[in-house]
Design a binder for this molecule. Structure first.
Ligand SMILES: Cc1ncc(COP(=O)(O)O)c(C=O)c1O
Length: 388
């Protein structure tokens, strides 16, 4: 089948799902990101954003974006190697590196490419990459053309088995994990994985897209929570969640960062971030300047978690702002999600292939800006666990 035939087939699937009210993607929102959004003229409590500290709407963050545009214009006009590298990019690279107590970082225009593009540049076909099954698609894409072994989520015995079998047999052994996993909201057993990497001579990459700004005493994520500053070879993440904008980064040693700056094609041959990226610089500062947002987020996480547990819902072992309410069956999941929307709650249904067939769930994300009344409103819909 050529692409047009496949598209036709997909269209009939799309139409069928929409008719059954089971299609829940690319829904049109007509207000800004926040705890309450507007859809089709109706207000809904939103549990779909990763704007953990609410910085997309912080006046100082918005002001920094506007000031950046007023000073430098709307775009960078070129890729970094050939005229599109400005002082605000340099500032952002320094800021994010220092946020993680390091000196060197490279920025990408999305969090997705900070994983996929850096890995495509780093890995060769002789290397072996060992991935947790829960890592993001962008990591999988970066490892597509190389030897890879996917380990059952957080299964330390499986990590050890593969590392033991592979030690010394590849130029590079690279283990890749999330800090906070994006679908389960749980944490990687970081200390144990570091110990295994050291034992078998593997390097370690941690994507803490969902831990940054959320966990660790000052919001530096799992690396801070485990005091593992010296043990991670590549820290990756995104500016689209806690930092309220768009873009991504790789924090690493000087030589690796320079290597990526001049060898990573998607960085080298693609236009650099717009001056609105100065919003990120402000957001990074605000994590330290205004700790009240992290405190508010933690209070909300505690309250919501307790409420979901009191309803008897299965939320797995989340320890973050992500709440996977396990429904199990895909059809029922879609129905619950649709019913929630009818009642004024916007949450995402997560189905296969994002999770295994039996693990369909409603993914609920909490931010610092949700009020108790919003959370109570969601918790009042106890039919979340109704069998019918
Ligand atoms: C764990 C993880 N890494 C990377 C990304 C990609 O980041 P972005 O959406 O900013 O491109 C995501 C996005 O959801 C993610 O969940």
């Amino acid at each position: 089948m050529d692409a047009w035939a496949r598209a036709r087939m997909f269209q009939s699937y799309l139409d069928d799902q929409s008719e059954k009210g089971q299609w829940n993607y690319r829904l049109l929102t007509s207000s800004g990101c926040g705890p309450v959004i507007e859809m089709n003229g109706k207000k809904l409590i939103s549990l779909v954003s990763n704007d953990y500290l609410g910085f997309t709407q912080h006046p100082a963050v918005k002001q920094a974006a506007v000031a950046g545009i007023m000073k430098y214009g709307a775009g960078a006009g070129a890729s970094p190697a050939i005229g599109g590298h400005y002082d605000y990019h340099e500032l952002l690279e320094k800021k994010i590196a220092r946020f993680f107590r390091k000196e060197h970082a490279i920025i990408y225009t999305t969090g997705y490419t900070s994983n996929s593009a850096s890995l495509q540049c780093i890995l060769t076909k002789d290397d072996l990459v060992i991935l947790d099954a829960g890592v993001h698609t962008s990591v999988m894409e970066g490892c597509q053309m190389v030897n890879r072994k996917t380990v059952k989520h957080n299964d330390l015995a499986a990590y050890e088995h593969i590392l033991k079998m592979s030690a010394g047999k590849h130029p590079l052994l690279l283990v890749i994990i999330d800090g906070v996993f994006s679908q389960d909201g749980d944490l990687a057993p970081l200390k144990e994985i570091i110990a295994l990497c050291k034992k078998y001579g593997a390097k370690l990459m941690v994507d803490d897209a969902h831990g940054t700004g959320v966990i660790g005493k000052t919001g530096r994520g799992l690396i801070e929570a485990c005091d593992a500053w010296e043990d991670i070879d590549l820290i990756t993440g995104t500016f689209s969640k806690t930092f309220g904008h768009i873009g991504g980064y790789v924090v690493a040693g000087e030589e690796m960062v320079n290597y990526l700056k001049y060898q990573s094609r998607q960085h080298l041959f693609s236009a650099s971030s717009t001056p609105a990226a100065l919003a990120i610089v402000k957001a990074i500062e605000l994590v330290d300047e205004e700790p009240l947002w992290m405190s508010a987020l933690h209070a909300n996480i505690k309250y919501f978690r307790q409420g979901l547990l009191e309803l008897g819902l299965n939320i797995g072992s989340t320890e973050s702002a992500i709440f996977p309410v396990r429904i199990g069956d895909k059809i029922k999941n879609a129905k619950v999600c649709f019913a929630l929307q009818q009642k004024g709650v916007y949450a995402n249904q997560i189905n296969y292939p994002a999770v295994s067939l039996k693990d369909a769930r409603i993914r609920m994300g909490i931010t610092a800006r949700h009020e108790k009344a919003h959370l109570d409103e969601v918790l009042n819909h106890s039919y979340l666990n109704n069998e019918d």
